[in-house]
Design a protein around this ligand. Sequence first.
Ligand code: C5P
Length: 202
Amino acid sequence: NGGMTVAIDGPAAAGKGTVAKAVATHFGFAHLDTGLLYRAVAAKTLKGMDPEEAARTLAPVDLEDPSLRDPDVAQEASKVAVIPAVRAALVRFQRSFATRAGGAVLDGRDIGTVICPDAPVKLFITASPEVRAQRRFAELSGKGIEITYEIVLDDVKQRDMRDMSRDQAPLKPAADAKQIDTTEMAIEDAVAAAVALVEAKQ
Ligand code: C5P
């Protein structure tokens, strides 16, 4: 069971986190949710820190901040994510995680295009904005966060727009990524498709 890098990209709440975790568990690979890095930077800039400074001084403990799931942190994350110096400061950590001996799954927006362009398996997971907002709304409500579906849908659309239109590392599928649309697909089927792709490369 050789280690390898699995790159999973896509917009918010498309199911990439679920697929990434399941693939990592199945093959015994490590998993990195790279959105957490941008959220951790955002949590600091919301407290007044300079974005580049926040990215350069990021520490593992910062990824455990319970506020990172909050929608306002997500919005701020997509704003700091357009800053080239912020993205540059996070590259080395992601690349060294990706090349660890036991195999690694990274999920984010630019893993297959920028962080790990040579990954043997690349997935681009999408779903309609409405379905993604519905999923994220259920998840946030389940955690006791008070929010409406309309606000979540608005948040998802704004972040999609910002993530797709930025100059550096915009959200888009790598040319060699396998696209999976989970709008009408059970998440187990998306996981099975991802596992089969990894198996085929082993
Ligand atoms: O995946 P998540 O929703 O936690 O990501 C939060 C924000 O971080 C995204 O909207 C995006 O702007 C940014 N991000 C990024 N590149 C990544 C992962 C996340 O720009 N690889």
